[in-house]
Design a protein. Structure first.
Length: 163
């Protein structure tokens, strides 16, 4: 239900004035947003709804903290850029709607036309996104150590495992 109230009219038909209901934006995978994006959307449902819509990354000048963290936990890339750079990207998306905007997570760069913007990224979160690791995946990376610990515990304290 991402942007449901804006996407649809009261009768359930699509609102043709809503930008994401029109080509080529209908198939966008990068959302360029305003400041404090995700404010009021602290639950994981907000990133899920955006992913279900097709977005894989969001570019904004700031985010609500919980939304920002939940985006990473759900494999979506929230990028913070200065407002001036966000405005340039919005202007380009409006002026050149078919121009591709690309994000290179490895080099931490956004390219739009002749503009290249660099963004900061926490190395741990970058690694998780590049390798598709969520909290469960990170835990499973330690599976051998966990098994070794459990085997040792079974040996040292068998009464903990008695039926």
């Amino acid at each position: 239900h991402a942007f449901h109230e804006d996407r649809y009219n009261a009768d359930g038909s699509e609102n043709s004035d809503f930008v994401l209901n029109n080509e080529p934006y209908r198939k966008a995978t990068i959302l360029i947003a305003g400041e404090n994006f995700g404010c009021g959307s602290s639950r994981e449902h907000a990133p899920w709804a955006l992913q279900d819509f097709g977005f894989r990354a969001i570019i904004a000048s700031s985010y609500a903290d919980i939304f920002y963290n939940n985006s990473f936990k759900n494999g979506m890339l929230p990028i913070i850029l200065p407002q001036e750079q966000v405005d340039i990207l919005l202007d380009r998306a409006t002026e050149f709607p078919n121009e591709e905007i690309t994000i290179d997570l490895q080099s931490q760069q956004i390219k739009a036309g002749n503009h290249i913007f660099e963004f900061d990224m926490d190395p741990f979160r970058k690694n998780c996104l590049i390798n598709g690791l969520d909290d469960i995946g990170l835990t499973l990376e330690k599976e051998k150590s966990i098994s070794t610990y459990e085997d040792s515990l079974r040996s040292d304290k068998p009464w903990l495992f008695a039926s």
